[in-house]
Structures are given as structure tokens and as C-alpha cells.
Design a binder for this molecule. Structure first.
Ligand code: MLT
Length: 320
């Protein structure tokens, strides 16, 4: 009997799939504290996790029977891939399941930022009728620069084109034919930075992209650029962005993600008047949570019962 542990809240459909699979025993206690997780993982052959579970070297060391981890979501920055590889643990993700939810959230942030929807709501809720402070800007005719034209970036591009924006992108890994097919010119990063009225980030954090939005790059951007980040907090140097927001160089920022989550109370961007925040909600729709949970459960069933691995995030190392 394979033991699958789900130490976070995932949709019941995932649990149903695992329970219906002969040879699999599932334990799904909901969100687990770290100490309880380190005890429970001793028995587990497989884990299904969300971004809140840190699958680090200590967790791998506490899990001698672990064979596979399925991430119900895209980012595996909460998984120590090197430690998993060293232990022969296959890490898989569900890259397509929350594309539309994330794209819609990033697009919603862009509209809300442009039209001061959150502060406008707040002022009315507090009893003020202020139509002057919250004059906004249109998206139509503005240039949107997309950093990372993967699934989510492409979904944003299609929506921005429907809003009559000019869409440009930077993505050194995308086959140009894919960008051509959706009429998005792929440009050098500095060209996207200097041309965009809006920048939206959809890249992974790597040595190349970490802190890519920083004083030096912000200096090359248009006066009054607006920046949206629903990817990962570490793409932005928060102190540099805060300085640029205070000076007016950057007119506004809409952020769903932070270097540390939840962010510390003294985070330099929290509470600035021209910043719109959400607490990592981009993939939090009932639709996406069902899709990623079901996909993750199916990955684990196929892996444990049929020896099949898909969407492997550490393939070269495991096979080598
Ligand atoms: C993802 O990587 O799938 C999204 O950021 C959502 C999440 O982490 O839960």
C-alpha cells in the first residue's frame, strides 16, 4: 500500500481520486504545522503540496520512503530540487491548471491600478465622496511589456490586445513562431523596459531574473511606468521600487507576490499610496484549485501505480 500525504488544503476531488485508487492510502489532515509534518512524512511515499509547504532538505531527510512530490501549482521554488534529486525523489508540477486564473488576476490588477479601484472603494466606505483624487488612465493605446511569454504571458497578451493595447514581450526561451502566432513582437529586455507604459512579470526566479526590477533598470523605463507582479516577489528589489514609487518615476505598482510570504510588517512597499496589494491570490479561484488538485492527484496515481512520470521538474538530475 502506498501512503500519500497531503499536508495542505487541496480540493476534495484530489482526495477522491486517490481514495478510489486500489493500492493507495491517503492521509489529508489539511494544513499541517511543520513539526507535525516532519513526523507524518516518515510514512509517506508521496506528497501533494501547495506553495505553503516547504519541501526542503530537512523534510526529505525526515521522509526515508519518499518517492514523489506533486506540486498542485506551477512554481517549485518551495521545493529543494537538489535535495530531492539527491534522494531520488521525483518532483512534478501542474503547469497548465492555473494559467487563466493567474492571467485574469494580473489583468485585474492592471485595471484596478489604473482606475484606483481599491482606494476609491476605501474612501467611499470611509464616508468620503472623492471623484477628483482618483482620476485614472485608460489601457487603450498604451504599451504593455510582458516579461516571460509562457502560458500566462500569452493569456495576458490576448486579453491586452482585446483592450487595444500594444503588446510587446521579452522571452529568451520562447520559440519565436509562438510569439508571431499571437502577434507579439519579442524584443530585447532593455527595449521592453524602455518602451512599456505597463510592465507585467511572468518569469521564474533564476540567477538571471532575480531582482531584475531594480534602480538601474527602473532608470531606463518611461516616466510614470506601472508595474504588475503576479509571478514571484524576488523578481523585484522592493527597496528600489519603493524609492521609484515615492519619486513618481514609477506611477504605480500592483503586487500579488513578495520575497517572503507573508511579507514582514516593515516591508518597504506595503502601505505606499500608489501600490495595490493582494496576498498571493492569483491562482486562488475555485476553478484553478480544482484543476491543479485533480492534476496533481492523477500525477501521483500514475507515478505510484504505473511508474509513469509527467511534468518532472528535476528530470536531468534524476535520470543522470
Ligand atoms: C503557482 O506557482 O502555482 C502560483 O504562484 C500559485 C501558488 O503558488 O499557489
Amino acid at each position: 500500500m502506498f501512503h500519500v500525504l497531503i499536508p495542505d488544503n487541496v480540493h476534495q476531488n484530489a482526495i477522491d481520486i486517490l481514495e478510489a485508487s486500489a493500492g493507495i492510502y491517503v492521509s489529508a489532515p489539511g494544513k499541517m504545522e511543520r513539526a507535525a509534518l516532519l513526523e507524518a512524512v516518515v510514512e509517506a511515499q508521496a506528497l501533494i503540496i501547495r506553495s505553503g509547504v516547504k519541501a526542503d532538505a530537512d523534510l526529505m531527510a525526515a521522509a526515508p520512503q519518499l518517492m514523489a512530490i506533486a506540486r498542485a501549482g506551477v512554481g517549485v521554488d518551495n521545493v529543494d530540487l537538489a535535495a530531492a534529486t539527491a534522494r531520488g525523489v521525483t518532483v512534478m508540477n501542474t503547469p497548465g491548471g492555473n494559467t487563466i486564473s493567474t492571467a485574469e488576476h494580473a489583468f485585474g490588477l492592471m485595471i484596478a491600478l489604473s482606475r484606483h479601484i481599491a482606494p476609491g472603494h476605501q474612501s467611499l466606505a470611509e464616508g468620503r465622496w472623492d471623484r477628483k483624487t482618483f482620476t485614472g488612465v485608460e489601457l487603450k493605446g498604451k504599451t504593455l511589456g510582458i516579461i516571460g511569454l509562457g502560458r500566462i504571458g500569452q493569456a495576458i497578451a490576448r486579453r491586452a490586445q482585446a483592450f487595444e493595447m500594444t503588446v510587446i514581450a521579452h522571452d529568451p526561451y520562447l520559440p519565436p513562431a509562438i510569439a508571431e502566432a499571437i502577434n507579439v513582437p519579442l524584443l530585447a529586455l532593455d527595449k521592453v523596459f524602455s518602451s512599456a507604459d505597463y510592465l507585467t512579470l511572468h518569469a521564474m526566479v533564476t540567477d538571471e531574473t532575480r531582482g531584475m526590477i531594480k534602480a538601474e533598470t527602473i532608470a531606463t523605463m518611461k516616466e510614470g511606468v506601472r508595474i504588475i507582479n503576479a509571478a514571484r516577489g524576488a523578481l523585484i528589489d522592493s527597496s528600489d521600487l519603493a524609492a521609484a514609487l515615492k519619486s513618481g518615476k514609477v506611477a504605480g505598482a500592483a503586487l500579488d507576490v513578495y520575497e517572503q510570504e507573508p511579507p514582514p510588517a516593515d516591508h518597504p512597499l506595503i502601505g505606499l499610496p500608489n501600490v495595490l496589494h493582494t496576498p498571493h491570490l492569483a491562482a486562488s479561484t475555485s476553478d484553478a484549485q480544482i484543476t491543479v488538485a485533480v492534476e496533481a492527484a492523477q500525477l501521483i496515481v500514475d507515478f505510484l501505480l504505473e511508474g509513469k512520470a509527467a511534468n518532472v521538474c528535476n528530470p536531468a538530475e534524476i535520470s543522470g
